[in-house]
Ligand binder design. Structure first.
Ligand code: SF4
Length: 416
């Protein structure tokens, strides 16, 4: 008998991809749209912070109320950190690790409780793509991370870095490009480590991708500063490189970078950012505010350095404790309201820098338009700046060239 399966995904884009891998392998079951009508609920869980664990536990309680007879299967990162405990407490029917995703069809047939955690060296044979409209596609090119940042649990639940097969990635891109996709965004847990295990590199992959007919623009989800080598730099002026890079710094003050066990330091980060910005790039970064040890003088120095950096985008995160990581026991902890106000200060400052960048880079924009409603289109230019384009024509999925846009506070605007 066909069972009805409901998938619940927590966490990041990688988890969303993983759910897609499972769905693509379902041949003997159907999808359910609600927990109530499902025979099985598969929770693709996140365990990045203590509160992520709490959300998964609360969700299990909600299902127990809504549909007490349903079988609950715990998958995802939380299966590796909390699976054993939840299984022992009889809160879930089964636990499956990351490596088991492609066996989902068989797993769903199990009639006895199971704990099938698998291994953390596996790499899926399925490369998942996610589409935005008809012309942008995200492609996952690797899994896992070899870094050991003090605050992060990811390497322990996703394993070390390993790359998808180059030939699989390229043939997938070729197929999508033939079907009209022009922009590709490379993603993964630690994208810049692509190829380290196979004698290749992200730069080599980019070069090969660029030779595929139809590939017009390539973006990279995120890179670590030390992954930007001379080969990569030699590609910066290529026309198919999006003129925006996201380079994860996490902090700008060296004592904090050491505490965080990061491999980057501010002096080299600054030189790198200046060099790349001088090639006309918009630059984004991740920053964690309120990590233990970020006292007032450290913070003042950090924000002064943010001011110096040629930054246009920021993903600011407020530090949140994750048990079983070195940071969880570090002191002094930073109070929530202080971290919150630092987060705001940082976002406001980079927001202003973004506006200044857009005021200077508001001509000759190459924009891929994604959605249209009542003549209003949205898209991103080569600098990863959001633009609203007004036009009577339906231009969704089209590349348009904007000779001049107006840099407004919330984003760019143009009429075509
Ligand atoms: S680079 Fe650091 S923060 Fe990012 S996944 Fe690896 S260990 Fe975690």
């Amino acid at each position: 008998m066909k069972q009805k399966i409901y998938f619940k995904t927590f966490g990041c884009r990688t988890n969303q991809f993983d759910t897609q891998v499972m769905i693509s392998k379902l041949s003997n079951h159907t999808l359910s749209t609600t927990e109530e009508s499902a025979d099985v609920v598969v929770i693709n869980s996140c365990t990045v912070t203590n509160s992520a664990d709490a959300s998964v536990r609360n969700y299990i309680s909600t299902i127990e109320r809504k549909n007490p007879n349903v079988k609950v299967i715990l998958a995802g990162c939380g299966a590796h950190s909390k699976g054993e405990q939840l299984f022992a407490q009889n809160r879930v029917f089964g636990v499956m690790g990351h490596s088991e995703k492609e066996n989902i069809d068989l797993i769903l047939k199990k009639t006895e409780r199971f704990y099938q955690i698998g291994d953390l060296e596996h790499i899926d044979s399925t490369i998942v793509e996610e589409f935005v409209g008809k012309s942008r596609a995200f492609i996952k090119i690797q899994e896992g991370c070899d870094f050991r940042c003090s605050y992060c649990i990811i390497p322990y639940v996703r394993g070390n870095a390993r790359s998808h097969k180059e030939s699989d990635i390229l043939s997938q891109i070729e197929r999508l490009a033939t079907n009209g996709f022009g922009e590709f965004i490379l993603t993964g847990t630690n994208v810049g480590s692509y190829g380290k295990d196979t004698g290749s590199s992200i730069a080599q992959l980019l070069e090969k991708m660029s030779q595929i007919r139809g590939v017009r623009r390539i973006r990279i989800g995120s890179l670590e500063p030390i992954q930007i080598d001379d080969h990569f730099k030699s590609l910066l002026n290529e026309p198919w490189m999006a003129k925006h890079l996201h380079i994860a710094l996490q902090h700008t003050e060296d004592t904090m970078l050491k505490k965080m066990n990061r491999r980057n330091r501010f002096a080299t980060d600054f030189a790198l950012f200046e060099e790349i910005a001088s090639c006309g790039y918009a630059l984004g970064t991740d920053f964690i505010v309120g990590h233990p040890g970020e006292n007032e003088s450290v913070w003042q120095e950090a924000i002064r350095r943010i001011e110096q950096l040629p930054l246009t985008h920021i993903h600011a995160f407020t530090y949140s404790k994750r048990d079983n990581t070195p940071s969880a026991t570090m002191t002094p902890q930073i109070k929530g309201d202080i971290a919150k106000s630092r987060h705001k200060m940082l976002s406001d400052l980079v927001g202003l820098k973004n506006l200044h960048f857009r005021e200077k880079h508001n001509t000759n924009l190459e924009v891929l338009l994604e959605q249209e409603r009542a003549g209003i289109h949205h898209g991103y230019d080569q600098y990863y700046q959001k633009i609203t384009v007004q036009s009577d024509e339906d231009l969704s999925g089209n590349w348009v060239f904007i000779t001049q846009a107006e840099a407004q506070k919330e984003g760019n605007y143009a009429v075509l």
